[in-house]
Design a binder for this molecule. Structure first.
Ligand SMILES: NC(=O)c1ccc[n+]([C@@H]2O[C@H](COP(=O)([O-])OP(=O)(O)OC[C@H]3O[C@@H](n4cnc5c(N)ncnc54)[C@H](O)[C@@H]3O)[C@@H](O)[C@H]2O)c1
Length: 333
């Protein structure tokens, strides 16, 4: 049931993979979208794509770092401000190589950046009930889990003092900030815990496993897997994730909800599926050492999402999602 209908939104991280799809979906509904990004990991081509949308007049793009004070809000037309019902705080480096390179920024965007976003959302109270903020948390808050699949009630097994902690602990802090904000200020903001999601418009150079393997296959290079490839992941196609994010945003749920796909594959199986998409090429699979603190398994328990966001459930199979992403990547070459 739609309690908080999206009538207008700020999307941080709009030049990124998920953010650009989110803007696209909102423009399809012809609602005003204020898209914000500093291009630290996102792609200008994703914003160019949005500016060609049939409803592009409903888009305002702002190049800014959301860690800094949101002075740019003064440039949003009054009639747009009055329509803003949602803030999607999706800005954050997300791939391990990039969040490790941008480690401080990763810590701040999920803490100070989130604080700015929450204060902005609350400041819209004058327009009615204030905007509802949705924070993009992650399955990484479960760390290297002892239980599988991971339900939202699982508290996780996270190393707070290692090379992944700038991301994992920043997201955990973000969750704590959002909980405390709702508790003390009586607001109704929410968060989704996103599991591995992939699709067109991912940065082919950001090192995430699906796009990395597809890019290697496109370029006729050996497919790289880390460790023996027996670690498992579940892969969600972007359309399924977005459907869940928008259902969550329009509900009044404030508790965390896992979003992803619960079909589990080993990384070796993923590499084999990518190889089978390029059966005409003689692609080899090569092994590299496993990165530190790499989780051994990852699969969402989707019971809560299926119950609260009914009739949501992931629909796009891995072969179909890989095919669509590969097609996009071929055109991008
Ligand atoms: N894709 C996934 O599988 C996945 C899984 C779990 C969580 N998430 C979360 O979803 C969100 C989006 O992820 P994505 O896959 O689209 O990543 P992405 O790197 O493609 O997009 C992130 C965007 O945020 C922007 N950004 C980063 N720091 C910023 C700052 N300080 N100010 C303004 N813009 C900034 C980047 O330039 C980029 O465009 C992130 O918060 C990420 O942690 C993604």
């Amino acid at each position: 049931m739609s309690v908080f209908q999206v009538k207008g939104a700020v999307v941080t991280g709009a030049a990124g993979f998920i953010g650009s799809h989110l803007c696209d979906a909102l423009l399809n509904r012809n609602v005003p979208v204020v898209a914000v990004d500093n291009f630290s990991t996102g792609m200008r081509s994703n914003i160019d794509f949005l500016t060609k949308h049939a409803n592009a007049r409903s888009l305002k793009f702002i190049e800014a770092d959301v860690i800094e004070p949101w002075q740019w809000q003064k440039s949003i037309p009054h009639e747009w401000m009055q329509k803003l019902s949602h803030v999607f705080h999706f800005a954050s480096p997300a791939s391990p190589p990039l969040y490790q390179e941008l480690a401080f920024s990763t810590l701040w965007v999920n803490s100070l950046g989130l604080k700015n976003a929450l204060e902005f959302a609350d400041s819209l109270k004058s327009t009615g009930c204030g905007a509802r903020l949705i924070f993009s948390s992650t399955s990484e808050i479960y760390g290297d889990p002892e239980v599988s699949p991971q339900p939202e009630s699982y508290w996780g097994r996270v190393n707070s003092f290692g090379i992944r902690s700038c991301y994992d602990e920043a997201k955990r802090f973000g969750e704590a900030l959002l909980f405390t904000h709702n508790w003390k200020k009586k607001t109704q903001h929410g968060l989704v815990r996103i599991f591995n999601t992939y699709g067109p418009r991912m940065n082919p150079h950001d090192g995430r496993v699906v796009i990395n393997l597809l890019k290697q296959a496109r370029d006729n290079e050996p497919l790289t897997i880390y460790g023996d490839g027996s670690q498992t992941r579940s892969f969600c196609y972007i359309d399924d994730l977005l459907d869940g994010v928008l259902r969550y945003a329009e509900s009044d749920i404030t508790e965390p909800v896992n979003l992803g796909n619960d079909v589990e594959f080993t990384i070796l199986e993923l590499a084999e599926r990518v190889r089978s998409l390029h059966a005409n090429k003689k692609l080899t699979i090569i092994r590299q050492p496993l990165p530190k603190d790499d989780p051994r398994q990852r699969r969402p328990d989707l019971s809560r999402a299926k119950q609260l966001l009914s009739p949501w459930c992931p629909k796009v199979s891995l072969p179909e999602g890989l095919r669509r992403t590969s097609e996009w990547l071929e055109q991008k070459a």
